[in-house]
Design a binder for this molecule. Structure first.
Ligand code: MG
Ligand code: ZN
Length: 357
């Protein structure tokens, strides 16, 4: 009888422990931030793709949702350079800019501010790591197509970990410089492989394709999820926390090609990656997860279908559009992301939450 009572108490405490770890009471301010950008991912992309998805809809797991106004400094319709630069430097700039303002002057990025406080940084992308979205976090160039030049900014050490495509701009450059040797001299691990293997390092550049990675439809598999897990595993070793940018890069390309299947499968892949990261954030009271887009691509609409039960997706342009995009937030400080604001406010909110100076 006494023994039974003892086991009841043990069971009860076990249950309390379980409740505490499975639903983390999040802190007011995060130490670890994962910022996910679905390039070209508007509301209709999410509505259409997720209504046809059989697994868990990651977007429904976020308690806070906001709207971001995406225009660049000089054009109502932004590109991915100005879009990501608005997030990374907190200023609207001209289309094609990377980490520079309207006067082409370099401005400190979130990564540079984070590194000053010994917060670790990283990017994961399904295009090259020198492509506009990831580049905006660690490089400063006048034009997004200056890939070789963007690549040399990896030497600055402001981006601890980069995983994606882009081997060409390290090993096969116009200036014949072997950037891998220079990166190694700066203490980076430098890897180039066709499949991602487990790495135990705090600083490394890992390329898995000459330029962009394959689309999901051509066999990329679960790279994005695995690369994100890998980066988080390594960045987590830093006691001061980390800021990781993960890009679902090719949702945009499905839109440009007006290829609904391409867009949908890339968004599903992004959704699975978000789910994995949310599972981690549920166990980590100091983690913040933000998901948004730089802009919508393709002017996608969901029109009534003949059967009246489903919809017919229809693209209205091969380019970007000017509609607002959603912002989803979960975890420490997530409530800051509710409301409607300019895309540059996302920079300000992250600066405030991480106490960046
Ligand atoms: Mg992009
Ligand atoms: Zn685009």
């Amino acid at each position: 009888m006494v023994l039974k009572r003892f086991f009841q108490i043990v069971w009860l405490f076990g249950l309390m422990g379980l409740t505490q770890t499975s639903i983390a009471q999040h802190s007011a301010k995060p130490k670890r931030v994962v910022f996910l950008i679905g390039d070209g991912m508007g509301l209709t992309q999410i509505s259409g793709a997720m209504s046809q998805y059989n697994g868990q809809n990651a977007f429904m797991r976020f308690p806070f949702v906001g709207l971001s106004k995406t225009s660049s400094a000089k054009q109502y319709i932004t590109d991915s350079g100005a879009g990501a630069t608005a997030f990374s430097i907190g200023k609207k700039t001209y289309n094609n800019a990377i980490g520079v303002d309207v006067d082409t002057l370099s401005q400190p990025t979130l990564f540079e501010l984070a590194k000053k406080q010994n917060i670790a940084t990283g990017v994961v992308a399904t295009v090259s790591i020198q492509h506009a979205t990831p580049a905006s976090f660690y490089a400063h160039v006048k034009h997004r197509k200056m890939y070789d030049s963007i690549s040399t900014f990896l030497l600055s050490g402001n981006c601890d970990i980069a995983i994606g495509g882009g081997a060409n701009f390290i090993y096969n450059r116009a200036d014949k410089r072997n950037l891998a040797d220079d990166l190694k001299a700066k203490g980076f691990g430098v890897f180039n492989d066709s499949i991602l293997v487990d790495i135990n390092a705090s600083k490394y550049i890992y390329t898995l394709a000459k330029d962009e990675m394959k689309p999901i439809l051509k066999g990329r598999g679960d790279f994005l999820k695995r690369a994100s897990n890998q980066a988080i595993k390594n960045l987590s070793k830093n006691i001061n926390g980390y800021l990781l940018m993960v890009e679902g890069s090719q949702i945009d390309w499905g839109g440009h090609e007006n290829d609904y299947q391409y867009m949908k499968t890339e968004l599903w892949d992004f959704n699975e990656t978000i789910n994995t990261i949310l599972d981690m954030a549920a166990q980590d009271k100091d983690m913040l997860v933000i998901v948004t887009a730089d802009h919508e691509t393709g002017g996608l609409t969901l029109n009534e279908s003949d059967d009246k039960l489903s919809f017919t997706p229809k693209f209205t342009t091969g380019d970007h559009t000017g509609v607002m995009v959603p912002v989803f937030a979960y975890g420490a400080g997530a409530h800051e992301f509710a409301g409607m604001y300019e895309n540059t406010e996302i920079f300000n909110k992250i600066v405030k939450l991480l106490n960046l100076k």
